[in-house]
Every structure is written in C-alpha cells, then in structure tokens.
Design a protein around this ligand. Structure first.
Ligand code: PMV
Length: 366
C-alpha cells in the first residue's frame, strides 16, 4: 500500500532567466505573456521532504497553526523545526487540510503555508487522496530576495509531493505542475539552458531543455538578502495593469528570444549578453513606469551595473541581468568566471560575489 512510500525527498536548484518572464496572461493557471529562457545553476538549492500522513495522524504545530496573519510569521515552536503532535484540536487554515510547513527549521503560518497547501491540493486531487502533509524544506537560497528561491522551492515541492502521493509524472508533467506553484519553477525541473514555452493553456505551457554548446557561468553580486519590498506576483500585476511601457517590452521579448537562441546556437556570448542585458533592463524600465512605480533597485545596484559595463570596456564579455530584487547577476563564460569575479571584487569592495556554474534538474533523492 501507500504506507511504505507516502514520503519522498527532492532537491532542485534555482534558475536565472536570460530572457525574462514578467506577467501572466492567466493568473489562475500561471500562463505567462511571454516565453522565457534560463540557466539552472549549481548551488542555490532547495531540498524538500513531503510526507502524507495517514488518517488519524493529525498535525498541530506548536500551539496550533493559526491563519490570522497575512504575513509570513515565524514561530520558535519546535527547536528542531519539526512539527510536534498535540492533543489540542488542530486548527485548520481556512478550508484547506491542516498541512504543516517548516522552512529552514522555522514552522510557517499564514500566506506561505496557504500557498503550499493550495499547491498540494492540486496533487491530492490528482492522486485521489485527502491526507494532510508534513513538508520540511531546507534552502541554500536567501528567502524572497530575488534570488529565485521560489523556483527551486516549487520545483522540489512538485517532485517530492507527486512522488509521495504515488504519482509517476513525466518531466513535462512535472514542469506543468511546478508552474502552478511559481511560474519560474517550471524551468528548474531541467538542468542547463531551459526554455519555457508560454503556450496558451495548461497543456501547452511547460519548460524544456535547450542544447547549449557554450559553458556559461552566472556571478551573483549579492546587494541585499532582505526580503523584497513587493512580491513578484504583485509587481507583475501592477506592471501589467498600469505601465505604458509593458506592452512594448512584451513585443520586444519575442524578438529577444529569437536573437538569444540564435546567439546560443552560434556560441556567440557577446550577442547573447547584449540581448540578455537589454531584456532585463527593459523589464525593469516597464516596472519603473508602473503607477505607482515598482523600483527594486538600490544605490549599489547602479554601482554594480556600472562595474559590469566597465569590465566590457576592458575586454571582458560580461553582461548584467536582474530579477525582482536589487541583486545583479552577471553572465559570462565559465572559463572567464574566476577572473571576472576577481575584477568585480576589486571594483565592488565589501560586496558578496559568488560564482555559479550550470546545475542539474530536479531529482528525487532517497
Ligand atoms: O516565479 P516568479 O513568480 O517568482 O517570477 C519570477 C520572475 C523573474 O524572476 C523576475 C523573472 C524570471 O523569469 O525568472
């Protein structure tokens, strides 16, 4: 029966988009307005264990899971972070089953738990089970800082939860499922260079690997590990609804994708980098033109972008990209990464600068 196999653990890595996803054509199904292209990185990973609990095994975290706060709250209950059994009547999160979620040893309540529960509902529905789940997750990614933590998180959760529920999903099915948790997560199902085909419905919106003859690296300039001021979900909504620059960015994006894929096929890093940087800056320009403006940049962001431009003047092929946060990521050749990172450290003293190479797709571990 399911008893022996109602638990599974999966590990996934973050991905950084070279051609960005910004905006949903369908919010409920997470169908994007544009196709996107990304690199899955090594490091920056999430390992998640999902256990579906049997009938009478109810869960209550600490003094009970509460649903009164809108914000993600951290309780100190359970020093090892594991959910503890309680004799008290377990509270439920609105109308969902009482799952528990522990991230990096901290029991979660409110929106992050509700989001995971809604996602697990998709899997429960598909597997025909009703059991609550115990979800335990460990990250090497700072949470919510625009370092793609949601991508590794929902890719790992999709793989672990579907396996724990007894579902045997193909890569494409897993990608479609992860997409429902967080759009960018559909790309972390695969390693290396990955394209998310926007599609037009649930069946046609999925990621797939793209052959990449270049050995690329991403250098992360960590400007802020703080939680971002506005979620990407909310910021996308605002940009789409109010920014006069957004339709222009969407139109440019199709051509950016064509040029990026051609540059990859030709192993032309300068051509790839140029379109990558332009696509990200265009996305941020469209956010800044929203009303009210969405500005993720900090003063050190400008300094970092200038340093990358200065490196190019000195002959390096290094190109910037940014996501929903103040951090700058630098695309370069793997063979040049050490030297580019060292030049960046000279120009940006005191900043945390880390090299990431290409990583693998999600995998279920024992
Ligand atoms: O996956 P989400 O909903 O957090 O959106 C991520 C959006 C960007 O990181 C800004 C761009 C991208 O394509 O990853």
């Amino acid at each position: 029966g399911r008893n022996a196999s109602n638990s599974a653990t999966a590990c996934a890595h973050a991905n950084i988009a070279l051609i960005k996803y910004w905006g949903k054509a369908d919010e409920g199904l997470v169908i994007p307005t544009t196709s996107s292209l990304s690199l899955t990185l090594d490091g920056l990973s999430t390992q998640t264990t999902v256990e579906f609990l049997d009938g009478d095994e109810t869960l209550a975290g600490g003094d009970g899971a509460r649903a009164d706060g809108d914000e993600v709250r951290a309780d100190a209950a359970g020093s090892d972070g594991s959910a503890t059994k309680s004799d008290a009547t377990p509270d439920t999160i609105s109308d969902t089953v009482p799952d528990t979620l522990t991230i990096d040893g901290v029991l979660q309540h409110g929106t992050s738990l509700a989001r995971v529960s809604r996602f697990l509902d998709l899997i429960r529905e598909r597997a025909g089970i009703a059991a609550p789940a115990r979800v335990t997750s460990r990250n090497t990614v700072p949470f919510g800082a625009g370092l793609a933590s949601s991508a590794s998180a929902f890719a790992a959760l999709a793989a672990a939860a579907s396996r724990a529920a007894g579902l045997e999903l193909s890569g494409r099915e897993l990608s479609r499922l992860a997409r429902r948790g967080s759009g960018s997560a559909c790309r972390s199902i695969y390693g290396g260079l990955v394209k998310w085909n926007a599609g037009h419905d649930d069946a046609t919106s999925y990621a797939q690997p793209v052959e990449c003859p270049m050995d690329l690296a991403i250098i992360v300039i960590l400007i802020s590990a703080k939680e971002k001021p506005m979620s990407s979900r909310e910021a996308m909504r605002l940009t789409m609804r109010t920014s006069p620059l957004y339709p222009a960015w969407v139109r440019a994006s199709a051509d950016d994708m064509t040029r990026a894929l051609a540059a990859v096929a030709a192993s032309n890093l300068d051509a790839l980098g140029e379109v990558v940087e332009a696509n990200a800056l265009g996305m941020h320009a469209s956010m800044m033109a929203a009303r009210p403006a969405v500005i993720y940049w900090l003063p050190q962001t400008i300094t970092a972008l200038s340093a990358v431009r200065d490196l190019r003047k000195h002959g390096y092929s290094a190109w910037s990209t940014m996501d929903a946060g103040a951090n700058v990521k630098v695309l370069t050749a793997a063979a040049d990464a050490e030297q580019v990172a060292s030049e960046l450290r000279d120009r940006l003293p005191g900043q945390t600068i880390e090299i990431h190479h290409i990583g693998s797709g999600v995998r279920v571990v024992e």
